[in-house]
Design a protein around this ligand. Sequence first.
Ligand SMILES: [Zn+2]
Length: 199
Amino acid sequence: MLAPPVNRLITELARLPGVGQRTAQRLAFHLLRAPESEAFGLADAIREVRETVGQCEVCFNLATEARCRICQDERRDGELICVVEEPSDVIPIERTNEFGGRYHVLGGALSPIDGIDAEDLHITELIERAASNGVREVVVATNATTTGEATALYLADALRERAPAVTVTRLASGLPAGSDLEYADEITLGSAFRGRRAL
Ligand SMILES: [Zn+2]
């Protein structure tokens, strides 16, 4: 019924998280109607972000240079590291203004059922960082989900063994069980930070 290029666009849009077939169709028709500048602006932004944004060589956050802006910032406390699952988790934590340290992005959470094991995440790099750089505290801010909790316990054990001088803490209660950090409001997340406890 539809021209092949339109079908192609709908198929691509429907791959995006949270976008079903109907929404994909609506977006495709919107892009066909929209001014060329808007449609090409979106296409260019997608290309640019993929071509210029990579991973920080230290913390695996998003970066347009070898190191991300947080790792480059001398005012940030390098002895305090907050561990998160995804780069998107850095944003809500930054919004709380409770954290002045640096980050370490794991790239996911342990989930043996999905075939995600320790070697698939940036865990070795975290332990090396914690053991070598005079780090005093690692705050584990993985999600309050089954996989996030399992990852937190794994990290606590690994750090106790290989970086015994480092205090390992976990965000306090207040985060709804089963929830992703991304969706926590900044007040809840801020209080979870202040009330973090030893793991
Ligand atoms: Zn970094």
